[in-house]
Design a protein around this ligand. Structure first.
Ligand code: KG4
Ligand code: ZN
Length: 334
């Protein structure tokens, strides 16, 4: 069984080796009114959700809890209060059942979700490059083996998910705005409004300047036409999305040039974005890359990815002591 509670989704999954038997995710709608995740509210909602979510995962997997062989849990990175709920639950459950406890690094898990045995996705060979794009992280990682990961480049400020969510907030859209921008962008012109791309190192990202640029652009236009957002929402969303995807692709191209590795994966919540999925698929013919796009259910936070990482640890006899603690800051290489 795997437990994930690092941010605002409470999730539990049951796996049999590398196959997912159930993967239950409870989203916390409460944050939408605040334009972002409110940590204290997230911890409280995890407390309410954890037992029903675990019960449902066991029920849907059609097993008895006494059949469980180990408990994997997200140790970090994430919000401390949120992590504590999952960590404490996992420890108690493992102790109650007298089975091993496996700590999992959430960022490794996003990447290792590619190794879930599921006919809708293919497993990348080592070494491969992964662009991990989520609400809290944006990294280019070189994966030499399951637990040998090296960050080649990352964001200097905001994450790609934040770039989506903060742009959405400027447009008056609720949190999380990423999926909404994706939805409206499908109906708009991606070249309607050019936004300036940041000038940083070849494998570094920066999204805070783009956010300020979008804010100024919107303020200027709304001053001239109060209905500017309403009348041009689809074009604005398509242009923002296009700029973010172009930035991500530019960096991936630099990573391929630097490493000569052409097996390219994406992971994390933003990898659910339809344009990055499309552009990456096209890059197979365009640049000769082989690309690995995770099944939709394993992109945003979910416990199945914690489960596969736990399984890969388990078969290497990598268990945890019961005194293992939640760690808010944890690098993908740790
Ligand atoms: O990986 P994730 O679920 O949580 C973190 O670990 O941060 O990522 C959440 C992020 C949010 O910023 C959300 O807006 C973004 O993923 N996201 C998307 C899409 N679906 C989720 N961004 C763009 N397009 C999407 N379709
Ligand atoms: Zn995540």
């Amino acid at each position: 069984m795997a437990i994930e509670s690092s941010c605002d989704d409470t999730s539990a999954a049951v796996l049999c080796n590398d196959k997912v038997l159930s993967n239950v995710v409870a989203n916390q709608g409460i944050h939408s009114a605040y334009g972002g995740v409110v940590p204290e509210l997230a911890s409280r909602a995890h407390q309410q959700n954890i037992i029903p979510v675990v019960q449902q995962a066991i029920q849907r997997a059609n097993i008895d809890k006494n059949q469980l062989k180990a408990i994997a849990f997200t140790r970090g990175p994430g919000l401390m209060g949120s992590l504590l709920v999952g960590t404490s639950f996992a420890k108690s459950f493992a102790q109650g059942l007298n089975i091993p406890l496996i700590p999992v690094n959430h960022m490794q898990a996003h990447i290792l979700a590619h190794f879930i045995n599921d006919e809708t996705q293919k497993k990348p060979p080592f070494p491969f490059i992964c662009l991990t794009i989520s609400g809290g992280h944006t990294q280019i990682v070189k994966i030499a083996s399951y637990f040998d990961m090296e960050i080649l480049g990352e964001t200097l400020d905001d994450a790609a998910g934040e770039a989506f969510d903060k742009s959405a907030k400027i447009l008056g859209l609720p949190y999380p705005g990423g999926p909404l921008i994706d939805q409206y962008a499908k109906l708009g012109n991606p070249n309607a409004y050019p936004f300036t791309k940041p000038r940083v190192g070849p494998l570094s990202f920066s999204f805070s300047g783009l956010k300020t640029g979008i804010l100024r652009f919107i303020q200027k236009n709304v001053q001239q036409n109060p209905n500017f957002i309403k009348e041009n929402r689809n074009d604005i969303c398509a242009s923002i999305q296009h700029t973010i995807v172009q930035i991500l692709m530019d960096k991936l191209k630099n990573a391929v040039k630097q490493t000569d590795i052409k097996h390219i994966a994406i992971a994390g919540g933003v990898s659910a974005n339809s344009e990055i999925r499309k552009v990456l698929t096209e890059s197979q013919d365009k640049y000769g890359w082989t690309t690995y796009i995770p099944t939709f259910a394993y992109t945003t936070d979910n416990a199945a990815m914690i489960g596969i990482t736990g399984y890969l640890s388990y078969i290497q006899n990598n268990y945890s002591e019961i005194n293992n603690v939640a760690t808010a800051r944890l690098k993908v290489s740790e």
